[in-house]
Design a protein. Sequence first.
Length: 86
Amino acid sequence: MSTSDPDRLETAILDLLARRATTSTICPSDAARAVGGEDEAEWRPLMESARAAARRLVERGEVVVTQGGRVVDPASATGPIRIRRR
């Protein structure tokens, strides 16, 4: 991953959320696809970086991470997560 990808993933998360209803969520894979393209071989390796980008946005108070509709701590969340505007 290039050094600009973390910023690109954060930007992708915020851009994707801005295009949805306030209560809507996205999956980290949506951001990975926005940066890496639709080819799974390109976006799949970005998944952990997309989750890390979501954690940074949570730390800055810009988004929340949910599981099963409940806000969770992204640092300890395992399994599928969703990202929503704060």
